[in-house]
Design a protein. Structure first.
Length: 313
C-alpha cells in the first residue's frame, strides 16, 4: 500500500483525471479521496490505482434532527471551552492539542448511528475499491457522555468494582472504538470481500495513543509525522514508527505509517526532510506508506520528486 490521501475536494472531472495520473506517476497504487466517481475509478483502475473512499462519522442536519440523542455529548465545562474557542485560528500538534474537535460526531454506541455509518459505507463501496475511516474518535478525545454511554459505564462499574472511574471510562471508550471498527470492517467485507478497509487514526485517543493496533482493518494508518509545528525531530518520527510496528498484530491489521504534509507557508517540509521521513516509514511499514496531502505534492514539485525518487529505490 503506497497511498496518497486527498483531503481537499477534487471538484471537476479534469481535476480527477489529473489526480489519478499524478498519483500513478509518483509510483503509488492507491488514492484516498472523498471525491470518487465511477469515471474516476475506471480511469484509476486502468493505471493500476485503487480508489479508496473516505467515510466520516460526522453528523448532518437530517440525522441530528431525527436522532439528537444519538450524538456524542461532552461534559458541561467542555461545552463552555468549545464556545470560547469558536472561530479561533489554531494549529494542531496531534497528541498535545488542547482543543476540542469543532465537529459533531455520532455516538458509536447507538443502533441508529451504526445504521447511518453503515449506509455511508454502502454508498462508498457502490463506487470505490475500498473505504478509509477517518474521524472515528471522540470530540473530547476520551469519552462520550450521552445517556447510553453513561449507562455502559455504570454497568462496567458493577462488573469490575476493583477499577477506578477513570479506568472504567478508558475501558468502555476503548471497547466502543474497537467495536465500531469491527462492525464496519465486517459490513464492508459482506458487501465486497475484496474491498480494502483502511483508516487514519484521528482524532487521537488520550487513554491509549496507540489504540490503532487493536482495530480490525486491512491496513491501519497511524501518524509518525504530523502536519503542524513544532516539527517532530527525526528521532521522534523513528520512535513512533518503531513502537507502532512493535505493537502490530498482522491478524488484526497491518501497520501503515502516515506522514502529514501541509501546503501553507511556514508549514512546508523540505524535500530532504520528507525523503528522510519516507525512508523511515518504508523501513518500519514494510514498504507501506500513506502521505497526506495530495494538493501539497501537486503544489510543490520538489516534494513530489522526493516521493517519486523514494519509491523507485
Amino acid at each position: 500500500m503506497k497511498a496518497i490521501w486527498a483531503i481537499a475536494p477534487i471538484k471537476t472531472d479534469t481535476e480527477r483525471e489529473q489526480a489519478v495520473d499524478f498519483v500513478a506517476d509518483l509510483g503509488c497504487n492507491m488514492l484516498i479521496t472523498n471525491s470518487a466517481t465511477p469515471e474516476m475509478v475506471a480511469r484509476a483502475n486502468k493505471r493500476d490505482i485503487q480508489i479508496i473512499a473516505t467515510v466520516f462519522p460526522y453528523s448532518d442536519d437530517d440525522f441530528e434532527n431525527a436522532h439528537p440523542h444519538c450524538l456524542q455529548k461532552m461534559r458541561e465545562f467542555e461545552y463552555k471551552v468549545s464556545d470560547a474557542i469558536v472561530g479561533q485560528s489554531h494549529g494542531e500538534s496531534y497528541r498535545w492539542q488542547s482543543f476540542l474537535l469543532p465537529r459533531t460526531l455520532l455516538c458509536f454506541e447507538h443502533p441508529e448511528s451504526q445504521a447511518e455509518i453503515k449506509k455511508r459505507v454502502e454508498r462508498a463501496l457502490a463506487i470505490a475499491d475500498g473505504i478509509a475511516l477517518d474521524g472515528f474518535g471522540f470530540v473530547n478525545y476520551y469519552a462520550c457522555f450521552c445517556d447510553r454511554c453513561e449507562t455502559l459505564r455504570k454497568e462496567a462499574r458493577v462488573q469490575t468494582p476493583d477499577l477506578s472511574d477513570i479506568e472504567i471510562m478508558g475501558k468502555v471508550s476503548t471497547q466502543t472504538l474497537i467495536d465500531v471498527h469491527r462492525l464496519l470492517y465486517d459490513h464492508a467485507k459482506s458487501i465486497d470481500p475484496n474491498a480494502i478497509v483502511t483508516n487514519h487514526v484521528w482524532p487521537h485517543f488520550l487513554p491509549d495513543e496507540y489504540i490503532g493496533a487493536k482495530y480490525k482493518l486491512d491496513y491501519c494508518t497511524q501518524t509518525i509525522s504530523w502536519f503542524y509545528p513544532p516539527e517532530w525531530r527525526l528521532e521522534r518520527v523513528e520512535m513512533e514508527a518503531a513502537e507502532m510496528k512493535r505493537l502490530e498484530n498482522p491478524e488484526i491489521n497491518r501497520f501503515v505509517p502516515f506522514i502529514g504534509i501541509h501546503d501553507l507557508p511556514g508549514f512546508v517540509r523540505t524535500p530532504e526532510r520528507l525523503a528522510r521521513e519516507i525512508e523511515i516509514a518504508l523501513k518500519y511499514g514494510g514498504g507501506n506508506l500513506v502521505i497526506s496531502r495530495l494538493n501539497t505534492l501537486q503544489k510543490y514539485p520538489g516534494l513530489a520528486r522526493a516521493v517519486r525518487e523514494a519509491f523507485k529505490k
